[in-house]
Design a protein around this ligand. Structure first.
Ligand code: ZN
Length: 244
């Protein structure tokens, strides 16, 4: 495998990783994702090309805005790096196929939803449906089958809805957001019934462990936590489990 090819694929990945940062900032604020040109969220100064080079600008500017010195959150760098590593991973495992491309966008969008949920405790429907669309396309290209992924997807959404009603009844408050229900379907569709169920089980386990840590170390009795990042971690764990 040529080093130049891997470098180009890494560059492709970090470019989309940088675009993810645009989505994370603009979509929850109902701003257009294309106009105006990128600007500093603090001082609103439009950014020049040298402020927008993925990975390099963040490092060379020491994680600060060049105009007002406002600190740039670490997830900006993380998104770009994640995009690059993910693109290389998809290419190495699935070569130049539709499966590799759709998996790349599916995982990158799932990551985007995780960061948005962490910041806003809600996820936008537009990105959520787009993630499901990529999961369906991935399932179709990878498993060469569309009916079963669709059935698993709908079953998982149905199961999540029942679970939501049951847990909300027990806890006497709303649990699981509506966006989470669709993500259950996305997971089932992309991973199939067994690994999809494993992903959701692991997600619940990670979330419980996190709540336990918050109780023990921060004394928080009933913390409100975003669930999408845990679904994302569960999805990644089950996916790696599936292909290794
Ligand atoms: Zn600034």
């Amino acid at each position: 495998m040529e080093v130049l090819t891997l470098f180009l694929i890494f560059a492709f990945g970090i470019s989309f990783g940088a675009f993810v940062n645009v989505l994370i900032y603009r979509i929850p604020r109902n701003l257009s994702i294309f106009l105006p040109n990128s600007f500093c969220p603090e001082c609103k100064t439009p950014l020049k090309w040298r402020d927008k080079i993925p990975l390099c600008s963040y490092i060379l500017n020491h994680a600060k805005c060049r105009y007002c010195s406002a600190k740039i959150p670490p997830f900006y760098l993380l998104s770009e790096l994640f995009g690059g590593i993910l693109a290389v991973f998809c290419y190495v495992y699935f070569f130049a196929t539709i499966s590799a491309l759709t998996l790349f966008f599916l995982v990158l969008l799932f990551y985007t939803l995780s960061v948005i949920d962490t910041h806003f405790l809600a996820i936008p429907d537009s990105l959520n449906f787009l993630t499901l669309a990529f999961a369906l396309t991935f399932a179709f290209s990878y498993y060469d089958e569309i009916l079963i992924p669709c059935i698993v997807c709908l079953s998982f959404i149905g199961f999540a809805t029942l679970l939501r009603l049951f847990v909300s009844f027990l806890a006497k408050k709303e649990t699981l957001g509506e966006g989470d229900l669709l993500l259950f379907g996305t997971i089932g569709c992309a991973l199939g019934a067994f690994y999809g169920a494993l992903a959701i089980f692991l997600a619940a386990l990670y979330a419980l462990f996190f709540i336990l840590l918050m109780r023990v170390f921060l004394g928080r009795k009933n913390p409100i936590i975003p669930f999408v990042p845990f679904l994302f971690l569960g999805f990644l764990s089950a996916f790696v489990w599936q292909i290794v």
